[in-house]
Design a protein around this ligand. Structure first.
Ligand code: AVJ
Ligand code: FE
Length: 412
């Protein structure tokens, strides 16, 4: 009897918790649209990214697709939206004729009301993972909306900066050889984070901080963008074609802030220039999450205590990058700063499934990107929502993408 009651209470708590997370997540998504005009809502900033209005509709569509199919509710009145907002549906360039923000808000609200009704009776023993996946799905689209908006803002600004270097922020940490545990198998873990597995790494060194704008300035000054010597063949080919001369978000550059808006090719060229290399994702994750003394892995660099805005720059709380040494409370056990938040960090690793991978909830979420064309980024940015921020979280993009808030740190 008391056992049954305890069980009921804990599922009720879970429903409450999920509802709250969904509402918090949605609130911040909608904040991004405050005062936006219809032109910005529909504009494609870059061929690789859909207009922000599309992402908003896609969030509602995806929620209905995965949650309402288990329920008796069928939102017929929106059947025309399916064709428009389905993932991998119509080409990105054809996503610029959209319903208005008000219409999409009605769509979001209607689906959400039905979803929350369903949450009261949903079998969470079976579905908790799916509900948590959906919160992370919205979180990720929310960040995409944030950088597409940034991209639209900066497209015409051609800033030339000249920054003092930041030598004192250039030390490296030696990580002794040994095993660590990589990945995550908690209920939130996405398909690509599973299974947890042991990895042995030889001794290596990794930068204490992400590469700063001040340091990157030296690469620019040395003719980094004019000299193929430091670039990979594919990288130089890309550079010749793209004709870039500075990071995409360089107009915001401050000497002791991390570089933001570089492609994998630029990150790799800079690492060569300073006689280093990019870390593998295993090297990155060990430096971020492993405690060698206690032989355990943590969810966050500082341990398992909850995310908090005093430990790392995330969730648009500051709405820009911060100095790489701003968060001593967020250090990893090894002493690395900024492993979470501020900027995503490119790694040397191609995106692949860990041993024992099984796709969830669909092949197109991760598995179709195990194509040796995508590199892994770790750590999240100043715009990453809390639900997508942890040491084991893996993001991935083509090496020529520089529109995300991405920087890097080097290893040796
Ligand atoms: C993992 C961020 C590259 O935005 O394309 C969203 C996440 N997958 N909907 C993306 C995703 C399906 C994905 N990234
Ligand atoms: Fe999606």
């Amino acid at each position: 009897m008391s056992h049954t009651l305890a069980h009921l209470n804990s599922t009720d708590q879970k429903r409450q918790q999920l509802k709250q997370a969904m509402q918090q997540c949605r609130q911040r998504t909608l904040t991004l649209f405050k005062g936006i005009n219809y032109d910005t809502f529909c504009r494609q900033a870059h061929p690789e990214f859909s207009p922000v209005g599309w992402h908003l509709g896609h969030i509602a569509y995806t929620e209905a697709l995965w949650l309402l199919k288990h329920s008796a509710i069928k939102p017929r009145q929106f059947s025309k939206f399916g064709h428009l907002f389905i993932a991998d549906g119509i080409p990105k360039a054809e996503r610029q004729k959209l319903p208005t923000l008000a219409e999409i808000q009605v769509y979001l609200d209607t689906i959400r009301t039905q979803v929350l009704d369903y949450l009261e009776i949903a079998d969470l023993n079976q579905q908790e993972r799916l509900w948590r996946w959906l919160i992370q799905h919205e979180s990720q689209h929310s960040e995409t909306i944030a950088f597409v908006l940034e991209l639209l803002k900066v497209q015409d600004s051609a800033a030339i900066q000249c920054l003092p270097s930041t030598q004192h922020l250039s030390d490296m940490i030696e990580i002794p050889a040994g095993y660590f545990e990589m990945g995550d198998d908690s209920i939130e873990a996405l398909d690509n984070e599973r299974l947890v597995h042991k990895v042995y790494l030889d001794t290596y060194s990794i930068d204490r901080y992400p590469t700063t704008c001040g340091q990157y300035q030296e690469f620019i000054n040395a003719g980094g963008y004019q000299n193929p010597e430091w670039w990979s063949d594919a990288g130089w080919q890309w550079q010749q074609q793209a004709q870039v001369t500075q990071p995409l978000y360089w107009h915001n550059a401050i000497a002791d802030h991390p570089v933001s808006g570089v492609s994998w090719y630029e990150a790799q060229a800079y690492a060569q220039f300073v006689g280093k290399r990019l870390p593998t994702e295993a090297e990155w994750e060990k430096a971020a999450s492993w405690d060698a003394t206690h032989e355990c892995r943590y969810t966050y660099p500082w341990g398992n205590t909850a995310l908090d805005p005093r430990k790392c720059n995330h969730d648009c709380a500051i709405a820009q990058t911060t100095s790489v040494n701003s968060y001593p409370n967020g250090q990893s056990t090894y002493g690395c700063y900024d492993m979470l938040g501020n900027v995503w960090e490119w790694t040397a690793s191609l995106f692949q499934g860990y041993s024992g991978f099984t796709h969830y909830p669909y092949i197109g979420y991760s598995q179709v990107y195990f194509d040796e064309q995508h590199y892994v980024l770790r750590g999240g940015s100043w715009a990453t929502r809390p639900w997508a921020l942890r040491c084991s979280f893996r993001n991935w993009y083509h090496p020529y993408i520089r529109q995300i808030f991405a920087g890097f740190r080097c290893a040796k």
